[in-house]
Design a protein around this ligand. Structure first.
Ligand code: PRX
Length: 701
């Protein structure tokens, strides 16, 4: 068979043809007590947000915010796919999350910080206190760091109350923040700082994680060097202290560049900074995420549409009331933390818990002790954390006297069995669950049940959210109707206020990545011609619920966090002995998927443990521990097509003991059996059954 025949063959087995083997689950109904108090209990929402009312329906979301000036145009589609929302409107995100709550809630806790060491007490900060601190830090950013609206700042901090203070101080000035996940390496931070053009970095000296006090400031040194190598000079590194009385890093402060925030703040005590009225379309922040090419992309989110969408979904889907105690265990360094720890919850006057450490430290009872102590009643986490807690202490929740009314799962598909443990054991059969499907790019939830209105179905995210019209398209762009049981590409037919504006500095990549696949007429100004391609495989059930299967591109979802295979491969290729590298996802009981690495060596090198260690070390250094591969396989050669492309699909099949499919068209079919035996041993029998995303992986190559 020629390459073109084999391409045709692989197109035949596109997502459209792959039947889903997941069993349909029965419904669970929301408890009556939940419905009685829910923010969203009026079924007419579906009519209000029906397509006939698009885009005006979203004014209801924007009206949850306080505006200096009202918008004149709800949606401007004149430059597709760069949609503009609430055009002409002016607002400030910091004002909306802080100032406007003072009249009613100044004495209420805005943030409760829970340190990881259990002998340190939780610390509650009222809205009044948050207001004072945000103002003082905003004054420092403006007058000491010289920052103004439109400038970018890179923030590399752990889960502490100072992180939202920093973000809100930036937002007060219209400074665009780019928060890099605290667990990422200094190198990753430096690259992002350079891409965004930040001349100021904000750090914390150290933090607690899994029982250790981590020296975090050490990573700033690397970040500054890497950014400078990329051509971005860093003028100032502002360093918050984890403990006011001591510096918890062994890295010296560099005179003239590094400054302790608490010392500089002395000058700005009692300062007040008027929030800067920003255009609805002014960028609020960048959030870097992995894509299909090596370089992470900065998803640029707007002020008005984003905040309206985060606030409304926090109110209606998270069901946050000011009286609730809301705890999202995600990290603020990911989009979940931006939308559903900081901006959404604080915009609706929540009390938000911020926990510094790992959920299983010092044991699997920790989250439930925190929930009991603070009387948390809304809980938000990922399937990976749920699997981890179940494995480490399935009976723990029953020992503690907390009561959740509402729980969320987000970030990865959840197995129905894990969902049921979450419902019965963590939720004690009394809490409603929402399985929210969305992405860094989308700003907020896209699919979820409406907690008081729709029944839950384990393993399914649910229908499109109000005003979101999802559709599954096959490779040719034909709609795959509900109820066929076949998987296809998850797309959204319409724009919505939370969608990112663009990729920072790369408009073409934005259009290419999300819209090129299905836009039939690039000159069209009608939003109907520009479906958003999410990069996920999904099945649309007859009841309208979507079950998300996983990524269809080169992205691996590790513990709910996105890693680009190309990013890992480029890191491997910097190891001098490595000739070629391929990264594939492998199923893992706890983390969902983890990366495994295949490399071939340059001539003259033999496989050694040192080479393997150097590959792992390089990945940790360039990306972070989160990207640590489960295994590194040094192979004699990569399986390749005749045109020389590495067949990742074949390697993924070997790592997951799946059938390798047709390999007769490869340039070197014999190497497949050699690799298989080296990885699996002689006796292993491959199977055709397996998770859909693993079967889809590399299919398009
Ligand atoms: O594959 C989907 C998966 O996570 C990806 C988005 O990752 P990220 O941008 O890091 O955002 C994570 C938090 C929103 C998606 O493309 N994903 C997200 N939520 C779900 C999910 N997969 C299944 N079910 C979900 N609820």
């Amino acid at each position: 068979m020629s390459d073109s025949q084999s391409a045709a063959k692989s197109a035949e087995t596109s997502e459209a043809q792959i039947a889903s083997h997941w069993k349909e689950e029965g419904y669970y109904r929301p408890p009556v007590t939940f419905i009685a108090q829910a923010n969203l209990a009026d079924p007419e929402i579906d009519d209000r947000f029906a397509e006939a009312n698009f885009p005006r329906c979203f004014e209801e979301y924007a009206e949850l915010l306080s505006w200096y000036e009202r918008w004149h145009t709800v949606l401007d589609t004149s430059d597709p796919p760069f949609w503009k929302w609430f055009v002409g409107g002016k607002l400030n995100a910091s004002y909306n999350c802080v100032d406007r709550h003072l009249a009613k809630y100044k004495n209420k806790a805005a943030i409760i910080f829970v340190p990881e060491p259990e002998d340190e007490e939780p610390v509650a900060m009222t809205y009044q206190e948050l207001y004072a601190r945000v103002n003082e830090f905003a004054a420092l950013l403006r007058d000491f760091a010289g920052l103004k609206a439109g400038d970018r700042v890179t923030i590399h901090m752990p889960m502490v109350a100072e992180l939202p203070i920093t973000m809100l101080a930036c937002a007060r000035l219209g400074v665009i923040h780019s928060v890099v996940f605290g667990g990422f390496s200094g190198e990753a931070c430096g690259l992002r700082a350079a891409d965004s053009g930040s001349r100021v970095l904000i750090y914390m000296d150290g933090y607690h994680r899994s029982g250790k006090l981590i020296d975090h400031k050490a990573s700033a040194e690397i970040a500054v060097d890497v950014a400078e190598k990329e051509g971005q000079k860093i003028d100032k590194v502002l360093v918050w202290k984890r403990y006011p009385e001591k510096y918890t890093s062994a890295t010296p402060m560099k005179e003239g560049r590094d400054f302790f925030v608490d010392e500089v703040l002395e000058k700005y005590r009692r300062a007040r900074v008027a929030p800067v009225p920003m255009d609805a379309e002014a960028p609020l922040f960048l959030m870097y995420t992995s894509g299909t090419t090596g370089k992470p992309k900065g998803c640029q989110h707007r002020t008005g549409g984003y905040l309206a969408y985060a606030a409304a979904t926090s109110k209606f889907i998270q069901d946050i009331h000011p009286e609730d105690v809301y705890w999202c265990m995600a990290d603020i360094g990911w989009i979940t933390g931006h939308s559903y720890i900081v901006y959404g919850p604080l915009a609706v006057a929540a009390t938000a818990v911020i926990y510094e450490g790992t959920p299983t430290f010092p044991d699997a009872g920790r989250p439930w002790r925190i929930a009991e102590r603070l009387d948390v009643n809304i809980f938000h986490t990922s399937p990976t954390a749920i699997r981890m807690l179940r494995k480490a202490g399935a009976d723990e929740p029953a020992k503690y006297r907390y009561r959740f009314k509402h729980m969320t799962t987000v970030g990865e598909p959840i197995e129905p069995e894990v969902w049921k443990w979450y419902y019965e054991v963590v939720g004690k059969g009394q809490a409603v669950i929402v399985d929210t499907w969305w992405q860094t790019e989308t700003g907020g939830f896209l699919c979820s049940t409406k907690p008081a209105l729709d029944p839950m179905k384990p393993g399914s995210a649910g229908p499109g959210m109000p005003g979101i019209y999802p559709v599954i398209l096959d490779e040719k762009g034909e709609v795959m109707s509900a109820g066929t049981g076949k998987a296809g590409n998850m797309c959204i037919r319409n724009p919505w206020p939370g969608i990112m504006q663009t990729i920072w500095g790369d408009r073409d990549r934005f259009t290419r990545q999300y819209y090129a696949k299905y836009c039939k007429d690039k000159s069209s100004k009608r939003w109907q011609d520009w479906p958003y391609f999410a990069g996920d495989g999904a099945v649309h059930a007859a009841d309208g619920y979507f079950r998300i299967l996983g990524r269809v591109d080169d992205v691996i979802n590790v513990a709910g966090h996105r890693l680009g295979t190309k990013e890992l491969e480029s890191a491997c290729l910097t190891v001098p002995e490595v000739a070629e590298a391929a990264v594939v996802p492998v199923a893992d009981d706890v983390k969902g998927r983890v990366p495994e690495i295949y490399v071939s060596l340059k001539p003259g090198y033999a496989p050694t443990k040192e080479i393997t260690d150097s590959i792992v070390g390089t990945i940790e250094l360039m990306i972070g521990k989160i990207a640590r591969p489960r295994k590194v396989h040094i192979v004699p050669d990569m399986p390749k097509t005749r045109s020389g492309k590495i067949m990742r699909r074949v390697l993924a099949a070997i790592s997951n003991t799946l059938d390798t499919g047709d390999i007769s068209t490869l340039a070197n079919p014999d190497v497949v059996e050699q690799i298989r035996q080296a990885v699996q041993g002689k006796e292993k029998v491959a199977t055709k059954e397996g998770p859909e995303d693993l079967k889809l992986f590399g299919k398009e190559e």
